[in-house]
Design a protein around this ligand. Structure first.
Ligand code: 6YU
Length: 500
């Protein structure tokens, strides 16, 4: 250690691991992680005969511009499909096409042509939101209000004016909005800001998964760090900055930051990289930082959105779907985006579920479906028992397939990201009333004054600090690299003369 500068990183998700990877060789580094494992929201668990991704599922846009894809390829963690050049060039715009079947609540498979028509309309509307990027006066504050207003305008001409067909189109559009809630990790698209929505960048490439689990990436990053760099089960309680702290028995060195863990252990540092999720910051920033964060930073934390998207894995003895089907969607035929959804969580939470992805290949995973559900309904689901969730899912599937005898799943496993004490939700979005500038403010190191003699005491990384790739693993990794680079630059700069 000697005179080298001491760096502490809080959180061993991809942002923290990425920062550690890039900081090697500079001063000394400790990573404090609240959980007993690395990866954070990258979390693979065994389920059925295979694996279940409780958090991040796909590499979004696996192509040479995606650092997660590049690392995973370098480590040999991806299957042959992902490595194919053609796959890397597909422009899916964040919504990869998958062979799908759409069930309606009347118990029948819906007409694929009618479903496609409504989906195409929705995609076009969503794409048209990009036009409002940077606009001083967007027509509506939120994506949801804009999309619904456009749908209302289209209604008279929808489905050639045929009432039943029009109703079906509206029901599919309601399902599209729920899917979008899962993608944005929000309760309602009415909470997602229209103007900033277009700043999110989707990379080219056909989304792919990790055959050995997403956690294999975190494990590789961890394995490359010197032994003992990461301390597990070390939740941080307070971060004191702008101080003058001395180690017992060593008066020579004074550190500006002191990081105290819940178990009372304390670490003195010159620089602390904070990678805790925005959800955790929203709940705890007031006690976490002493002195408190500047108002601008606290405001950005309050302004930005952080919602819930959960998964429900169901294992079946036998598949009731066809082998080629990769996505089973559900549409409640009595719903419309122009009407308020039911607010009674107890009786209708399961209506927010968008459907299921079939885990591939069945030889590895068994017959497993992965359902997605966002928002308050998803948070309500977290309060239920496994048996209650399993029985609600069985009812949904029986309704949708029109088969009251459909065998219940053998087992269930779900994520509970809202109740996870060191995450407090799933991922960030740019909420109504905030903008991409809030992301940059969140990412700004402290103290704010660049002439401060003790610069970069607090640095901020994590998915929510990446202006164009927030809510993704590549955004998280890049944010960690960015902050490590900021420190590396400082370490290379000539050391200023000590102040007397
Ligand atoms: C992706 C995907 N994906 C599904 C679900 C979730 C997420 N994401 P971490 O939380 O990892 O690390 C912080 C650590 O800090 C953690 O270990 C804590 O324990 C620790 N900590 C906290 N407090 C502490 C304390 N006090 N002391 C010590 N330690 C502490 N991303 O690329 N593909 O398919 C999905 C999905 C259910 C929950 C995802 C996906 C998001 C990523 O998982 C996430 O961004 C990163 O892993 C975060 O890493 P990190 O290091 O920042 O934090 C237009 C428009 C668009 C909007 N978005 C569109 C994009 C769609 C996003 N898609 C997501 C979809 C799924 C299915």
């Amino acid at each position: 250690e000697g005179g080298g500068r001491r760096v502490v990183a809080v959180g061993a998700g991809l942002a923290g691991l990425g920062a550690a990877q890039r900081l090697r060789g500079h001063g000394s580094l400790r990573l404090l992680e609240a959980a007993g494992r690395a990866g954070g929201r990258v979390c693979t668990r065994p389920f059925a005969s295979g694996l279940a991704e409780m958090g991040a599922h796909w590499i979004h846009g696996p192509s040479p511009g995606n650092p997660v894809f590049c690392l995973a390829s370098r480590y040999g963690l991806l299957g042959p499909e992902a490595a194919r050049e053609e796959n890397q060039q597909v422009e899916a715009g964040g919504h990869p096409p998958m062979p799908s079947v759409t069930y309606g609540s009347s118990g029948k498979v819906l007409n694929p042509k009618a479903v496609r028509e409504a989906r195409d309309l929705f995609s076009a509307l969503l794409a048209s939101t990009r036009a409002f990027q940077g606009s001083k006066e967007p027509p509506w504050p939120s994506v949801g209000q804009y999309v619904r207003a456009e749908i209302a305008r289209t209604v008279p001409s929808m489905a050639g004016g045929h009432e039943d067909a029009r109703r079906l189109q509206l029901a599919v559009l309601a399902a599209c909005l729920k899917l979008e809630c899962c993608i944005s990790g929000t309760h309602s698209m009415d909470l997602v800001g229209l103007e900033p929505f277009g700043e999110y960048v989707s990379l080219p490439g056909l989304d792919c998964t990790f055959p050995g689990g997403y956690s294999s990436l975190a494990e590789r990053l961890l394995a490359d760090l010197p032994e003992g760099t990461v301390l597990f089960n070390k939740p941080v309680r307070t971060i004191q900055w702008q101080g003058s702290f001395r180690e017992d028995g060593d008066d020579a060195r004074v550190f500006p930051v002191r990081v105290e863990c819940e178990d009372g252990d304390a670490f003195l540092a010159d620089h602390v990289i904070i990678t805790v999720p925005l959800g955790f910051l929203k709940e705890r920033h007031q006690e976490l930082f002493q002195p408190p964060l500047p108002e601008r930073k606290a405001q950005a934390i309050r302004n930005l959105g952080f919602g819930t998207n959960n998964k429900i894995f169901l294992e079946f003895e036998q598949p009731f779907w066809e082998p080629e089907q990769q996505l089973l969607e559900v549409v409640w035929e009595d719903e419309s985006p122009l009407e308020e959804p039911s607010a009674d969580l107890e009786t209708s939470w399961f209506r927010k579920l968008i459907g299921f992805v079939v885990l591939q290949p069945p030889e590895q995973h068994g017959h497993v479906l992965c359902g997605f559900i966002a928002g308050k309904e998803s948070e309500y689901m977290e309060t239920l028992s496994d048996a209650e969730v399993l029985s609600a899912m069985t009812r949904v599937l029986r309704t949708m397939t029109g088969n009251p005898e459909l065998p219940a799943p053998k087992s269930v496993l779900r994520s509970r990201w809202r109740s996870a004490p060191y995450t407090c939700g799933s991922y960030s979005y740019v909420a109504v009333g905030s903008s991409g500038d809030d992301i940059d403010v969140l990412a700004q190191p402290l103290p704010e004054d660049p002439r401060d003699p003790r610069p970069l005491q607090l640095l901020f990384a994590g998915e929510a600090t990446h202006r164009t790739f927030y809510s993704t693993t590549h955004g998280a990794l890049l944010s960690g690299w960015r902050e490590a680079e900021r420190l590396n630059q400082l370490f290379q700069a000539p050391v200023p003369a000590p102040q007397s």
